[in-house]
Design a protein. Structure first.
Length: 399
């Protein structure tokens, strides 16, 4: 595998840089740079800019509205997005349910949903976890009773990211209880405006609202909204989870936070000298950069295999998930350490753009603690590190 950029890849990188510099709105760039809260309009505005370029779904096959990006192009785009302070993309549509729909969906489902994902006119959320089914997803209990032309859905999902913003949800439901637990699960597409759906916020300690509990009370979902065959939802979910592991590599976030870390180290002084001149601290920074480079190489290998038609495999995708989340956590730890007492202040005005907005202290002190606390969940959501290590032991080592 050649890790050097070809002339075509260098040209693509330059094209991405020029496009972002020209098209990313200044107010959104500043919010990302200063760790300020982004709302639905901020995310959608940038994603729709990318959609008009065809880059919100750049890795999709051309016949479904993508540009068939290579593995290296995908990495280049994420790297540049991090360096130039682009918002995190809401990937539930383009990187998760989109590939499921164009791989397993009907022509009618493709025609309805794929264009709206490509141009980011519709926001999707993921209905997987439940109060008693997180990493052990096969234990889910949300029931869908087949009534002929529709399902009647009852139950609860939890930790549903941005459900309060979402237009549609892709959801795992139980349609059978015989045989293995995985055999009775089906994959439904649910319009979030359907009567009987209630979204309750779960607020973070710092006041941010990402997560929700979603309740289903006799929700009617047309059977035409089922992906593939009834009872085969686990197969489609495993396909989707391989793509989710790729997103959990956190390339954009890690690139962005590393850039912030080096900036803060160049500004903050300890015992009369810059942190950037402290060999012990910079050794920690260099160590995490080396780990990140190894992660990029591992991700490039996996994406190359997938584009060549080979499955990512649970062992490989679990490795990417573990390393990506652990590296992100370590960087946020170093940012808190570098920012020192300036990071302790809680300033909801500047953070949310409400009330008193004047920032006390340096800009780099606003976000490190909030990001650190949020990132503690990275090694839990999407399948905990312990579960991922068990998967690797089973599939990679045969244990």
């Amino acid at each position: 595998m050649d890790l050097g950029l070809s002339p075509q890849e260098r040209a693509f990188e330059e094209e991405v840089r020029e496009f972002v510099a020209r098209e990313l709105p200044d107010d959104i760039r500043e919010k990302v740079l200063q760790d300020r809260h982004l709302d639905r309009e901020d995310f959608m505005r940038w994603q729709q800019v990318l959609g008009r370029k065809g880059w919100f779904t750049g890795a999709w096959p051309r016949e479904f509205g993508g540009h068939a990006w290579t593995a290296m192009q995908t990495i280049i785009f994420n790297r540049v997005a991090g360096e130039m302070h682009c918002p995190e993309l809401q990937v539930f549509g383009p990187a998760m349910v989109g590939p499921v729909i164009y791989t397993f969906g009907t022509p009618e489902q493709r025609a309805l949903h794929l264009p709206a994902i490509c141009d980011s006119s519709v926001w999707w959320c993921q209905g997987y976890s439940e109060p008693g089914a997180g990493s052990d997803l096969a234990s889910l209990q949300t029931a869908a009773e087949n009534r002929g032309d529709h399902y009647l859905v009852n139950g609860q999902k939890i930790w549903t990211s941005y459900a309060h913003f979402a237009d549609w949800m892709f959801c795992l439901v139980r349609t059978g209880r015989e045989g293995k637990r995985q055999q009775g699960i089906s994959f439904l597409l649910i319009d979030m405006k359907t009567p009987g759906i209630e979204v309750q916020p779960i607020r973070m300690l710092d006041g941010r609202h990402y997560l929700n509990a979603v309740f289903f009370n006799d929700v009617k979902v047309p059977t035409s909204n089922r992906i593939g065959e009834e009872g085969r939802g686990w197969t489609y979910a495993k396909f989707l989870l391989e793509h989710e592991r790729v997103e959990n590599a956190n390339l954009r976030f890690i690139t962005q936070e590393l850039q912030k870390l080096r900036h803060v180290a160049s500004q903050v002084r300890s015992n009369g000298r810059r942190l950037a001149d402290d060999p012990a601290f910079m050794a920690e920074v260099s160590a995490v950069e080396v780990q990140f480079k190894a992660l990029e190489i591992g991700l490039l290998r996996m994406l190359s295999d997938m584009q060549a038609g080979a499955p990512a495999g649970p062992g490989k995708s679990s490795f990417i998930k573990i390393r990506g989340t652990e590296i992100a956590q370590r960087i946020t730890e170093l940012l808190v350490q570098a920012s020192g007492p300036d990071a302790i202040r809680y300033q909801p005005g500047p953070l949310f753009g409400q009330g008193e907005r004047e920032l006390i202290g340096p800009e780099h002190g606003l976000g490190p603690v909030a990001n650190y606390l949020f990132c503690r969940a990275m090694t839990i959501y999407g399948g905990s590190t312990e579960v991922q290590k068990n998967i690797m032991a089973k599939h990679a080592l045969g244990l």
